[in-house]
Design a protein around this ligand. Structure first.
Ligand SMILES: Cc1cc2nc3c(=O)[nH]c(=O)nc-3n(C[C@H](O)[C@H](O)[C@H](O)COP(=O)(O)O)c2cc1C
Ligand code: SF4
Ligand code: SF4
Length: 258
């Protein structure tokens, strides 16, 4: 990588992506690269530094990713400096070909794609609980892959492989209609007896879908990132008419510090 400063823009709903991104940062730092982490939901795409190497990291959702992440990527400025860029997604089983779709966006904006990796982590959207042992094994595998990816990026041997997946898969996540359907099928609700009005869900929501009145109230912009569900200290948030196991791979403060 030609720039000695690396800026990684990431989103992590329940911590998997953050774990991988922190592993990249550790590896880069050990090799003399200054590495900064920024939460996508807090950043203006037009304020990124085009003289740094850029990384984008986020989870796969519905064979695509969340609409606010697409919006951020679509709004990135064009570069005239051959800005190097890499991408990392965390997923449970299948990405829908995100790497191919993103490479197109990057090339159109004249960035230099230097590597992409899709790393399997435990699913955060599951009906059955995962054993602690299985969860840790899967996370450790992911960490090892992230380390190798960081190594390959530094030594210029990474690539941007992508599956020849038809466009509609990734297009799905970009439009509002399928997410409306997902929201209808996966409605969140508050248990007012359990809720202690701490506001954690309000602070964590990346799309300002929660208002405190004084109990939390959901609007209609939910992206199903699962942050509020995962990090509610009283387990007061659940899915209406369905059982989904709560999953988290870090504490909410680990996310909020960036
Ligand atoms: C609404 C939703 C949809 C998902 N869809 C997919 C999917 O299509 N393919 C996949 O491999 N994983 C899918 N996942 C699983 C996540 O991508 C995976 O667990 C990821 O590591 C979560 O990262 P995070 O903890 O950083 O949010 C989905 C998760 C959610 C919440
Ligand atoms: S995080 Fe949980 S306890 Fe806190 S306000 Fe939200 S629903 Fe209530
Ligand atoms: S309401 Fe909860 S699940 Fe929906 S976007 Fe906000 S934090 Fe994520």
């Amino acid at each position: 990588m030609k720039a000695k400063i690396i800026d990684i823009y990431f989103f992590s709903g329940t911590g998997n992506t953050l774990i991988l991104v922190k592993e990249l940062k550790n590896f880069f730092s050990k090799h003399g690269y200054e590495t900064n982490l920024f939460r996508i939901e807090k950043c203006d795409p037009n304020s990124i530094n085009l003289d740094h190497t850029l990384g984008f990291a986020f989870p796969i959702a519905a064979f695509s990713t969340y609409k606010f992440i697409w919006d951020f990527l679509d709004k990135l400025p064009e570069t005239d400096r051959e800005t190097e860029v890499f991408m990392l997604t965390s997923m449970a089983f299948f990405s829908g070909g995100m790497t191919g779709a993103l490479k197109k966006i990057m090339k159109k904006k004249k960035y230099k794609p230097i590597g992409a990796n899709e790393i399997k982590m435990p699913s955060n959207f599951r009906k059955k609980e995962i054993s602690a042992e299985k969860k840790q094994k899967s996370i450790n595998n992911g960490i090892n892959k992230a380390k190798k990816f960081a190594h390959d990026l530094i030594f210029g041997i990474s690539n941007w492989r992508h599956l020849p997946v038809p466009k509609p898969f990734t297009k799905f996540g970009k439009s509002e209609k399928p997410w409306r359907f997902m929201r209808e099928k996966n409605q969140l609700e508050i248990d007012f007896v359990k809720c202690v009005k701490c506001g954690n869900c309000y602070h964590l929501c990346p799309v300002e879908n929660i208002e405190m009145t004084p109990y939390p109230e959901f609007a209609d912009k939910c992206q199903l990132c699962l942050r509020c569900f995962a990090f509610c200290p009283s387990n007061a948030i659940s899915f209406k008419d369905k059982k989904i196991e709560s999953y988290k791979a870090c504490d909410s403060d680990d996310i909020l510090q960036y």
